[in-house]
Design a protein. Structure first.
Length: 157
């Protein structure tokens, strides 16, 4: 009897190990959305003063359904430059593609506006950083998009 119990326990242990190994890749890191946005704001030099916008303004500017968003932080320029920062946590990973697309649309919209209004801003928009990880999306438009990407990658892993 004890041998049967031992064999059953060994089989159960092997099954647990097997199923644990089948879970796939690493889980996305938990990201402090506010801290990431603040680091992008403070660790990069901007030509314009960036101001944090409200949730209502966020929904209007970025044309996103706030029901699909858990947390969002955005800093925008006065309009004199195309500089901006957006960090979003979606309610689920399923909403990430729509959020990323909305940010890509925002960059395209800004680019169309600045091509005539402020052509010096277009290179920033051409190299805008938009990254995703798990249920998170981050965007930064600055003169130092390489630094922005480095900061975002430090959070997204």
């Amino acid at each position: 009897m004890t041998m049967k119990k031992f064999a059953a326990a060994a089989v159960m242990l092997l099954m647990v190990c097997f199923f644990a190994g089948c879970q796939g890749g690493e889980q996305a890191k938990d990201v402090d959305v506010t801290k990431l946005a603040e680091d992008l704001k403070t660790q990069i030099t901007y030509k314009d003063d960036l101001s944090k916008i409200s949730d209502d303004m966020f929904a209007t500017v970025y044309k996103m359904d706030m029901e699909s968003i858990k947390t969002a932080v955005a800093y925008t320029s006065s309009g004199a430059t195309a500089e901006e920062i957006v960090v979003v946590e979606a309610n689920s990973a399923d909403g990430v593609a729509a959020i990323k697309e909305a940010l890509e649309d925002r960059v395209a919209y800004q680019k169309a506006g600045y091509e005539d209004y402020g052509p010096d801003e277009v290179p920033k928009l051409d190299s805008a950083v938009i990254k995703t990880s798990g249920s998170y999306v981050a965007m930064c438009v600055s003169d130092d998009n390489a630094k922005a990407e480095e900061i975002i990658n430090s959070y997204f892993g």
